[in-house]
Write a protein that binds this ligand. Structure first.
Ligand SMILES: [Zn+2]
Length: 199
C-alpha cells in the first residue's frame, strides 16, 4: 500500500534513514507511514511480525497496550485539534536493556490535504552536568555533543541534540533541555526541517 507520507516531497528517504523511530498517522489515527527504524526496532524486540508492511492502515491504538489507550488517544487527538506539538518521555526497556524514549508529536498540514500527525521517538541519553565536569573524557561528557567548533547543536523545534560522531543522529538529552549551557547553538534537525519548512 502506498503511504500518504511518500507524497510529501523530500520526506520518504530522509525519514527512512533517520535513526529515530518515526511514524505518521492520519486524522483517524491510522498508520500511514513507518520508517526503517520502526522495522529495526520490531526485529530487535521479537516483533518481526509488526514490520511496517503489515501495519500501514491499522489504528495505532490497536497496537497500544490497553491501559495506555486513553492516554495516547487523548494526546494524539489534542495535537491534531490544536496543532500544539507535544513531548513525552516513556520507558520502553527490553529484557537486556533499560531504555527511555522521547516522543515528539507534531501536526503537519500538507496543502489541500487533511492534517496528519507526525510521531518521532528518539533515544533519551541521561547526562548530568556535574558528571560532565568531573570527567570530561567519559562517556557521560557533553563532549560527544560538541562539533569541531566546540558548539552543541540543539534543534529549536524538537529540542533534540545532535551527536557529534553520528551523521544525522539526534537524541533527547533531558539535562541539556533543563539547564541549557551557554554554548548551545540553535539549529534545526533534518526531520523538523522537512516537517515545518517543506511545502
Ligand atoms: Zn527537530
Amino acid at each position: 500500500m502506498a503511504s500518504e507520507a511518500s507524497e510529501i516531497p523530500g520526506w520518504p528517504q530522509r525519514l527512512d534513514d533517520a535513526p529515530a523511530i518515526i511514524y505518521v498517522l492520519d486524522g483517524a489515527l491510522r498508520i500511514v507511514y513507518c520508517n526503517l527504524a520502526w522495522n529495526r526496532f520490531a526485529e530487535q524486540n521479537g516483533g518481526a511480525h509488526l514490520c511496517r508492511d503489515t501495519q500501514v492502515g491499522r489504528d495505532v491504538l490497536a497496537l497500544t497496550p490497553e491501559p495506555l489507550k486513553p492516554f495516547y488517544g487523548q494526546l494524539f487527538r489534542s495535537v491534531l485539534e490544536t496543532g500544539v506539538a507535544s513531548d513525552w518521555v516513556y520507558e520502553c526497556s527490553s529484557d537486556l536493556q533499560f531504555r527511555r524514549f522521547h516522543m515528539h508529536v507534531a501536526r503537519k498540514k500538507p496543502p489541500n490535504k487533511p492534517p496528519m500527525l507526525f510521531v518521532m521517538n528518539s533515544l533519551v541519553i541521561e547526562e548530568s552536568i556535574e558528571e560532565s565536569h568531573r570527567s570530561p573524557g567519559s562517556p557521560f561528557s557533553f563532549e560527544r555533543f560538541r562539533d569541531h567548533n566546540g558548539l552543541i547543536s540543539m534543534c529549536c523545534h524538537c529540542r533534540r541534540t545532535r551527536l557529534r560522531d553520528k551523521e544525522n543522529s539526534w537524541v533527547w538529552v533531558p539535562e541539556l533541555v533543563r539547564r541549557m549551557p551557554l554554548d548551545v547553538s540553535h539549529g534545526i534537525c533534518p526531520v523538523c526541517f522537512d516537517l515545518h519548512y517543506l511545502k
